[in-house]
Write a protein that binds this ligand. Structure first.
Ligand code: SF4
Ligand code: SF4
Length: 318
């Protein structure tokens, strides 16, 4: 047999023995053949897992069905994986929504100077990939006197801001009350949590990107490649449904920094804004700054007509 033919066979065997991720396994329909046929051929993918830990990750249940004991083991496993892959000691926790809290954001457009510090603070806090770079916040530069986003530019040079005749409108996940992304997801990998934050179970997401297409605010980002972050830039304080490092082939987005806000801190973008344009708080607290803004200012929501009911409010001083 020719070398060429042997090489081809070697390549296809290599391909066959590639470890499968849960999503590629499901997408290929292999789960069906495993359950129905139960043949040794169908078991082959499972033999490729290095150890019991990766097998456990493969069969991990949906977040909502995990018991506290199981979750403890998973958090430990993720800490070990971070150490193995990135060489750092991480703390991975699973902060829960606080009863009686509905988070909301308000942004004073008159104050935003378009410096994009919020964008970069968000990238650092949330362990977003630097190569290829992923950003959750998009700052639109708009001509004064228009709300027409078709006329906006988000590739402007930040060292020239603010520019005369322009204003700046940051857009990120609006944590919708009626989120179209959640309705679009065929496997229940994304949902609105009890404090209003729309979350993603990264282990359950199969990367179909329906949610990305459904979101009217361009809020979702897809990991086309394994995220690359220089070791010294990794934020070791990680939340399971938040800023832990996401695998290739999954969706991610802003979660209002749930690991911070469920522990009484502000989202990193609000903390980083040098102009005081960003306000954050509990909609259910009548004394909160958010309630004050809703009472006293003329606020509006972006793309109100699409019916998603964002919990991200914009207002102008005048
Ligand atoms: S902004 Fe988009 S991603 Fe965020 S909740 Fe709304 S529809 Fe979903
Ligand atoms: S890409 Fe979006 S719609 Fe598809 S499974 Fe993941 S979260 Fe659900």
């Amino acid at each position: 047999m020719s070398d060429k033919a042997t090489g081809k066979r070697a390549a296809s065997r290599k391909e066959m023995f590639k470890p499968l991720s849960r999503r590629s396994f499901l997408k290929a329909g292999a789960l069906g053949s495993l359950l129905i046929g139960g043949t040794s051929a169908a078991m082959l993918p499972l033999r490729k897992f290095k150890n019991d830990t990766s097998l456990e990750a493969f069969f991990q249940q949906h977040y909502e069905r995990l018991t506290p004991g199981r979750m403890e083991r998973i958090l430990k496993r993720i800490e070990n994986e971070v150490k193995e892959r990135h060489g750092i000691e991480a703390s991975v926790t699973d902060p829960k929504p606080i009863p009686g809290v509905q988070f909301a954001y308000a942004l004073n457009i008159s104050r935003c100077v378009g410096c994009r510090r919020c964008v970069h603070a968000c990238v650092e806090e949330n362990n977003q990939s630097r190569d290829p770079e992923i950003q959750y916040i998009r700052v639109l530069e708009m001509p004064n006197g228009t709300f027409d986003v078709e006329k906006s530019n988000h590739y402007y040079a930040p060292d020239t801001v603010p520019t005369d005749g322009k204003y700046y409108m940051p857009v990120q996940c609006q944590q919708c009350e009626n989120p179209s992304c959640v309705k679009a997801c065929p496997v229940g990998a994304t949902w609105k949590d009890d404090d209003g934050i729309v979350v993603i179970d990264y282990d359950w997401c199969i990367g179909c990107r329906y949610c990305e297409a459904a979101c009217p605010y361009w809020a979702r980002r897809f990991n086309f490649a394994d995220p690359e972050i220089p070791k010294e830039q990794i934020n070791p304080e990680m939340a399971y449904l938040g800023n832990r490092i996401r695998p290739k082939g999954t969706m991610e987005k802003c979660t209002f920094c749930l690991g911070r806000v469920r522990n009484g801190l502000l989202p990193k973008c609000a903390e980083a804004c040098p102009a005081g344009a960003r306000q954050f708080g509990n909609l259910l607290d009548p004394d909160s700054v958010i309630r004050h803004i809703l009472r006293e200012k003329r606020v509006y929501v972006f793309k109100e007509e699409v019916g998603t009911r964002p919990k991200f409010y914009y207002w102008f001083d005048k």
